[in-house]
Design a protein around this ligand. Sequence first.
Ligand code: GLN
Ligand code: ZN
Length: 762
Amino acid sequence: MLTQNLGYPRIGGQRQLKKACEQYWAGKIGLDELKQIARTIREENWQTQVNAGIDLIPCNDFSFYDQVLDMSLLLGVIPQRYSKVLTEVKTNQETDLYFAMARGYQKDGLDITAMEMTKWLDTNYHYIVPEFTAKQEFKIFSEKVFSEYNAAKQSVGTKAKPVLLGPVSYLLLGKEKEEGFERIDLIKQLVPVYVEIINRLKQQGAEWVQLDEPCLALDLSKKDKEAYEFAYRAIANRVSGIKILVATYFEALLDNTALAVNLPVAALHIDLVRAPEQLDEVLSLIPTHLQLSLGVVDGRNVWKNDYEKSLGFINKAVEKLGTDRVIIAPSCSLLHSPIDLDLEIAIDPEIKNWMAFAKQKLNEVDELKQIAVGNTELLNANKKAIQSRRASQKVHKQAVKIRVEAIAKADATRTSAFPVRQQIQRERFTLPSFPTTTIGSFPQTDDIRQLRAKFKKGEFTVDEYEKKIEQATIDSIRWQEEIGLDVLVHGEFERNDMVEYFGEQLDGFLFTKNGWVQSYGSRCVKPPVIYGDVSRPKDMTVRWSKFAAAQTDKPMKGMLTGPVTILQWSFVRDDQPRDVTTNQIALAIHDEVLALEAAGIGIVQIDEAAIREGLPLRKAKRPHYLDWAVKAFRVTASGVKDETQIHTHMCYSEFNDIIEHIAAMDADVITIETSRSQMELLHAFAHFEYPNEIGPGVYDIHSPRVPSTEEMVALLTKAADLLPAQNLWVNPDCGLKTRKWPETKAALVNMVAAAKQARAQI
Ligand code: GLN
Ligand code: ZN
């Protein structure tokens, strides 16, 4: 029996990679230093995995920004607009090109937009979307995978297993950038390059290569399925002497089971955490040669593995296949887990005993193998921990359970229908057409971050701290008034994160010191852990919203995070259904909305950035999810007066297939991310004749690039072609906390000018 890992977090235990990349971008360190830091992280990761007794250790799972972008570089899929970075920028060309594709490029007289970024399947990790043209050519461009394999081989020998995104998923996860072709048809041109890559890896000494094919667990068209058959047959015909492992995760294979198990490869990995039900069918269809990798340790959560349950799967597989054909593994790459629970010295020991991070999960994989071959002692210790969690008073609160069960339809409905509310709200707020606003946060400068950090450490008194946050808030309000924004925000200076801030004030949550997970590029998040029934002991945001509102005559938005987003961006309980946890949070946020309204706040934004991301990957499971997710949002937004304007905000979403549910949320105003996709996302709203007000983001906040007024007017003109102009708001794509003040100011001044032009012209 073998053990393997599919991928390991690459940011480093102290977020070294994040810091190094940011220093490199700021010109504070050179490329050599950046590369040295990366080498050290990779080396440490490999050693950790060797020490944990893992047999097949991933390499090329490291990335400076994103593993899909790495694939685009490897395959030479570089959009035309970046060619100038290669011809005109003389230093560090491949690295500069790489970061230009990720982040845009605005120096050396060049001004090139970044590539689109979107969520990686149903996670909160974002990847850079490959762009394909009709005449797309593929050829090996970057040597990264080969050099990383070499380094891994020197470090861990034959255990080193290079990881690539498989050819079909690579195409399916990309986008056509011109009309007249389907990207899946590019498979014929793409496969020869995969063959070349795999053969080179084999020549270098690789015994295994892992091809991630998460799309095998999605709904596939006939053509997609044929592409799978074609691609893996073609690879099998032209590659020998190296074992190919196809890795699927996040869903069940379902109707793709026969296709998957019959691919001519050495091994198949399936996710038995998200989709335990698929094991039986896989075992019944599996051909005699195929090895099966069982993803039994949850790569996306922080809970200790229930060994008894996992052993059930392992034993079943061993019975049918024998130990030689079974591989034990985490469910997916550990990229989505925090790194090391041992670093958490402040977590309640009772609860900590229920948890495991990436490093501990590697041990679990190894221990499961040991138990499977007879070590029962390890099993008993695990049983005790699992049992203590099930029975703990820290988890179960009767009053919360009762309140959730009592939620009725009326608790999820606004008093009047939208047209009535819209009229009342227009009279109340008297905003111009194309009203301008921002999404909530303003740049979190080093000063602000240090202030919060020092306050946490006790280096400031509450008074000193609050005075400084008040000053930052006042400054931002004065500045918003000066540039002429219509609906103001307080700036969120008191928050380090839109979920953590609420989690810290709610019961049932705990926080880690170091539980960072990569979100995109150098951005990491530290998701709270929901371990017990959730309730709200006191007001959470009223103090700051009230303070801010008192500083201005303009309307001030209260700013909350919605229940689905809090759920989605936390590590959640795996001992009760997600909808139950969501409803518990929804009631807490509902109470906060009412408290804000009572404090005189007329506009409340409830961010539901993650509604789309929570969507089950398989269509058949979506209606149930959307039903409870939308209802939970409505619970938070109901119970207020008609004159109270409820906003919601969503980033990085495709709305096509969920638009009716977005409409069913019935927010008075929705702001969405649209600029990188040039308003494409608005088509869904137009087609549906979305009735409520909407603010399509007119500039990309994930890049430091400052958009011109003309660009934004052009986007607004497009938006007004699609939707009634009187329903349009003008705002950036998302919050501005990751930006710096100079670019933020320049961009918002241009944005206000664009709104003025729109008022005059459209
Ligand atoms: N209000 C949040 C902010 O402005 C929203 C962030 C988000 O949607 N990701 O930062
Ligand atoms: Zn957003």
